[in-house]
Ligand binder design. Structure first.
Ligand code: NDP
Length: 232
């Protein structure tokens, strides 16, 4: 499949792009000026900008062909206790992690609808299901993407398009580095498997959702979180 992965220059996005490329998919990875992994074709894209998203899709379409699967992975954190969180701080995270996902998946559906086929995978978060102190902005966005996936699943299922969410728990990337030592200790004590996940473990779930074996899976949330998010 021809796949576009957002935020493919590092972390979970880079691992997903590498894994999909190793499995034989044609992978385009978005970046904001940094290199993407070997075997992945880079395209610049800022998910907070409608025109940038459209330009990225147009470039892939012109140079290669229509995007058949999309992994909406790009995301940020800007944590803070609710009493001290500004509306702007709340809004920046929503604009990247929720509206950014909307921009990318909406643009992706244009071709998928024509082809009457497509796979949409959104990277959510276990904390979007359970909540997390200091993250009202982030968890609101991550809960929101579950709504996007489920609505897409219902709206586009008859056109052969699936839409699912992968909800990682704490995963060893730059993003997890921003978490305080105290929070890491608390988190580890709540993770049944007693460790953080690796980006490669998240990538394995993405590879599965793009495989023929996942053709009847839509509107679901797959937790890849060592068990911390179970029950939500
Ligand atoms: P990283 O911080 O390591 O990487 C984030 C990626 O998103 C980078 O490629 C970054 O680009 C890109 N990005 C951020 N903002 C934009 C934007 N406006 N436009 C385009 N690209 C952007 O994070 P992770 O790999 O850890 O996170 C990937 C996804 O997984 C996110 O959605 C995150 O919320 C989710 N997740 C992560 C968890 C974790 O513990 N790590 C847990 C649960 C979910 P650049 O390099 O240019 O900044």
């Amino acid at each position: 499949m021809r796949v576009l992965v957002t935020g493919a220059n590092r972390g979970i996005g880079a691992a997903i792009a590498s894994r999909l490329s190793a499995e034989g998919h044609t992978v385009w990875g978005t970046h904001r000026g940094a290199a993407v992994p070997d075997g992945v074709r880079g395209v610049e894209c800022d998910v907070t900008d409608d025109e940038s998203v459209d330009r990225a899709f147009k470039l892939v379409e012109t140079e290669d062909g229509p995007v058949e699967a999309v992994i909406a992975n790009a995301g940020i954190t800007e944590d803070g206790l609710v009493m001290r969180m500004s509306t702007a701080q709340f809004g920046r995270v929503i604009d990247t992690n929720l509206t950014g996902v909307f921009r990318v998946v909406q643009r992706a559906t244009r071709n998928m609808l024509k082809q009457r086929a497509g796979r949409i995978v959104i990277i959510g978060s276990a904390s979007g299901l359970s909540g997390m102190p200091g993250q009202v902005n982030y968890t609101a966005a991550k809960a929101g993407v579950v709504g996007i996936a489920r609505s897409l699943a219902r709206e586009l299922g008859s056109r052969g398009i699936t839409a699912n969410v992968i909800a990682p728990g704490f995963t060893e990337t730059d993003m997890a580095e921003t978490v305080s030592a105290k929070m890491v200790e608390t988190a580890l004590s709540h993770i049944p498997l007693g460790r953080f996940g690796t980006p490669e473990e998240i990538a394995a779930a993405a590879a599965f959702l793009l495989s023929p074996d996942a053709g009847y899976i839509t509107g679901t949330v797959i937790n890849v979180d060592g068990g911390i998010g179970m029950g939500h």
